[in-house]
Ligand binder design. Structure first.
Ligand code: GAR
Length: 220
């Protein structure tokens, strides 16, 4: 079966891009990265792509008169590379309804919280301030409203007493690196159906036991 062609949009470090690069290197993985684009010329993720032999382009939003012109350039590059699915992997620009509509149900985002809780920036600090005992991450189809859309995969991560935002972010990031390749795999295998605001996943295994935080073992 033909592999799903991915366009990956980044703005920085690119560790989620790296997780896709590594997944795509597996012989039986049903997707391949055809293009990585950064809106930030200095994004370290660009180098990760180039090292892996992936075409990496800079589309700097500052070079355009407005959002639409910037997004038209993104769209041209993605369509030109024949991308079938676009992954926002730490892409820190808001997209207009025009772009979101154009890539409807072919555009996913990874966000470091259990959406719909804590959309936007500073998610870990806000989760800690709110005192949640379980944090996590979400891969979802993108809709016009920021950090909203049908959820494909989520992972839950227990918050530990004494956690700071950096420590929590690191453990959530490790979960992100598993969730994004999993979501892409499920979509590429045709197992994800968007039904209204929800995704139905065909052939999912038995759900794991609940994550309870703090762990009941040792709590008597
Ligand atoms: C990731 O934690 C990703 O979830 C987050 O930015 C980080 C990028 O890291 N994205 C957002 O906050 C988008 N709302 P990376 O560049 O190493 O993949």
């Amino acid at each position: 079966m033909a592999r799903l062609k991915l366009g990956v949009l980044i703005s920085g470090r690119g560790s989620n891009l790296q997780s896709l690069i590594e997944a795509c290197a597996e012989a039986d993985y049903p997707a391949e990265i055809v293009l990585a684009i950064s809106n930030e010329p200095e994004a370290p993720g660009l180098e990760r792509a180039r090292r892996a032999g992936i075409r990496a382009e800079i589309v700097d939003h500052r070079d355009f008169s407005g959002r639409e012109a910037f997004e038209r350039a993104l769209d041209r590059a993605l369509a030109g590379a024949d991308a079938g699915l676009v992954c926002l992997a730490g892409f820190m620009r808001l997209l207009t309804p025009w772009f979101v509509e154009r890539w409807n149900d072919r555009l996913i985002n990874i966000h470091p919280s259990l959406l719909p809780a804590f959309p936007g920036l500073d998610t870990h600090a806000r989760a800690l301030a709110a005192g949640v005992r379980i944090a996590g991450c979400t891969v979802h189809f993108v809709r016009a409203e920021m950090d909203r859309g049908p959820i494909v995969v989520q992972a839950a991560v227990a918050v530990e007493d004494g956690d700071d935002a950096a420590g929590l972010a690191a453990r959530v990031l490790a979960a992100e690196h598993r969730c994004l390749p999993l979501a892409v795999r499920l979509i590429a295998e045709g197992r994800v159906r968007v039904a209204g605001e929800r995704c139905e996943i065909a052939g999912a295994a038995e759900p794991p036991p609940p994550l309870i935080s703090p762990s009941p073992s040792g709590c008597g």
